[in-house]
Design a binder for this molecule. Structure first.
Ligand SMILES: Nc1ncnc2c1ncn2[C@@H]1O[C@H](COP(=O)(O)OP(=O)(O)OP(=O)(O)O)[C@@H](O)[C@H]1O
Length: 229
């Protein structure tokens, strides 16, 4: 997938400016930057939820992609129906979709939760349902927008373990994170955004090598210093 010199606007507000980014198969790209730097907008653009106003988004249409948000969108109905609906909307017949529910729930440690009302689950469990929904789509490419940001530490660890599971399965991932430990543990590459511009894009070891990062972007180096202080 490749974004070339992309400008993205939300309504009249210009958010991303001349942004170029390539995502190769098997990579795990972390997007970091201050609040409002454009990470969510970039993820939503890559996933096709926002149009590119100028520039280009090129992608292989055979690639299956899914997205997990900071807070999952779950309907006030059973976990099973929430999962099956996600599959049905992506073209899987209803009966087959229902057949994929149990394996997906088992994959995220929520066996037996199929008939519970999804809205009655804890935040961590709801996020696991979102991962089950993503998992059941068998994506080649997974976008994650700060998936652990609103969870308590135990739920955070559980969800990070699910991300590691996707990584082990070879799923290409692009994820926004404010957690540098998580970035170090999961990413193969890191991109730094500031005010809708991409200022650094490096393999993870180089990104966390202060001298190297400073030689690419003083702003990114300052951000990292601030985060690690
Ligand atoms: N619906 C909207 N209308 C207008 N501006 C918006 C809208 N959504 C986001 N923005 C603006 O776009 C910019 C980028 O926001 P975005 O959510 O992509 O940043 P982010 O890096 O993901 O932030 P955070 O770390 O807080 O999630 C911000 O200035 C924000 O105010």
């Amino acid at each position: 997938m490749e974004l070339r010199q992309a400008d993205v606007a939300i309504g009249r507000a210009a958010i991303l400016h001349g942004l170029s980014l390539r995502v190769a198969s098997g990579e795990r790209l972390a997007l970091i930057g201050a609040n409002g730097s454009g990470k969510s907008t970039l993820l939503r653009t890559l996933h096709g939820l926002l149009p590119v106003a100028a520039g280009q988004l090129q992608r292989d249409t055979a690639i299956r992609q899914a997205m997990v948000f900071q807070r999952p969108f779950l309907l006030r109905t059973s976990v099973a129906r929430n999962l099956a609906l996600g599959l049905w909307l992506s073209g899987v017949p209803w009966r087959e979709a229902m057949g994929r529910v149990e394996p997906a729930l088992a994959r995220v440690g929520l066996q037996g939760a199929a008939q519970r009302n999804a809205r009655h689950l804890s935040a961590g469990q709801q996020q696991r349902v979102a991962f089950a929904r993503a998992w059941s789509l068998q994506p080649d490419l997974l976008f994650l927008d700060e998936p652990t940001a609103s969870l308590d530490p135990p739920a955070k660890r559980e969800v990070e373990a699910l991300m590691a599971g996707f990584a082990q399965a070879g799923t290409t991932m692009v994820f926004a994170s404010h957690n540098l430990g998580q970035v170090k543990r999961l990413a193969t590459r890191v991109a730094y955004l500031e005010q809708g511009r991409l200022l650094a894009d490096l393999p993870v070891a180089e990104f966390f090598d202060r001298g190297r990062l400073a030689s690419v972007s003083r702003e990114a180096d300052l951000f990292l210093q601030g985060e690690m202080a």
